[in-house]
Design a protein around this ligand. Structure first.
Ligand SMILES: Cc1cc2nc3c(=O)[nH]c(=O)nc-3n(C[C@H](O)[C@H](O)[C@H](O)COP(=O)(O)O)c2cc1C
Length: 209
């Protein structure tokens, strides 16, 4: 893990990355490779850091304090996060620190998910195979962010990963890099970014280049 370099007026971005079998990944490894070199961005690979899932709570809390924008980046597993990210939430977001009486450590920060799904976008609708939208399915994370005093943005979502061509994956990686750079540089229209269904449905409407 590399620590963020200081960016004078920029937001510091913490990407909490969770993929239990990165060697088999077709999308996430391309998405994460595309942002690793960005100044001001810390990619924190949870399965690499904690192969036994023995999460160091103090270390994670210090990392959160040192950043302004918190990203959960992961494949969508059973309409949710891979297991280590749930464990991370259960352990790190402590009462009296992240929420509850005196729990103000995360107030004013921004949070979002960056996810990949095997299912196509059309499947994530009332009439579709999965019956709920992605934003509805991510409601527990959105509400967790809000309870902790963070502003929650729409997710960056890559749908239909099964059988996706390397060229298409590379285009999504370019969009993700553009999104992370804009978040870092304060060039995201936060009101719009909170309201849309997914950030990358129309990046031009959300990101000011
Ligand atoms: C345990 C498991 C659960 C999954 N659950 C879902 C799911 O709920 N919805 C979905 O669209 N895809 C689901 N998938 C497919 C993954 O989201 C998909 O393979 C992944 O996003 C591809 O990213 P990668 O190439 O980085 O591995 C699941 C895959 C696994 C292995």
């Amino acid at each position: 893990m590399s620590e963020p370099q200081s960016t004078a007026a920029g937001n510091r971005i913490l990407v909490l990355f969770a993929h239990p079998a990165l060697e088999k990944s077709r999308l996430n490894h391309v998405l994460v490779r595309g942002i690793r070199d960005l100044p001001g961005v810390t990619v924190h690979d949870l399965y690499e850091e904690y192969p036994e899932q023995d999460i160091d709570v103090m270390r994670e809390q210090a990392l959160l304090l040192a950043h302004d924008v918190i990203v959960f980046q992961h494949p969508f597993f059973w309409y949710s996060t891979p297991a280590i990210l749930k464990e991370w939430q259960d352990l790190v977001l402590q009462h009296g620190w992240a929420y509850g009486s005196g729990g103000t450590a995360l107030h004013g920060k921004t949070m979002l998910n960056a996810i990949t799904t095997g299912g196509r976008e059309v499947a994530y609708s009332r009439e579709g195979h999965n019956r709920f939208t992605i934003r509805e399915l991510l409601a527990p994370i959105e509400q967790t962010a809000r309870l902790c005093g963070m502003e929650y943005l729409a997710p960056f979502v890559v749908h239909g990963t099964l059988g996706m061509s390397p060229g298409e994956a590379a285009r999504h990686a370019a969009d993700w890099r553009r999104t992370v750079e804009a978040l870092r540089d304060g060039r995201v229209d936060l009101e719009r970014a909170a309201a849309v269904s997914r950030l990358n449905a129309d990046l031009d409407a959300v990101v000011q280049d």
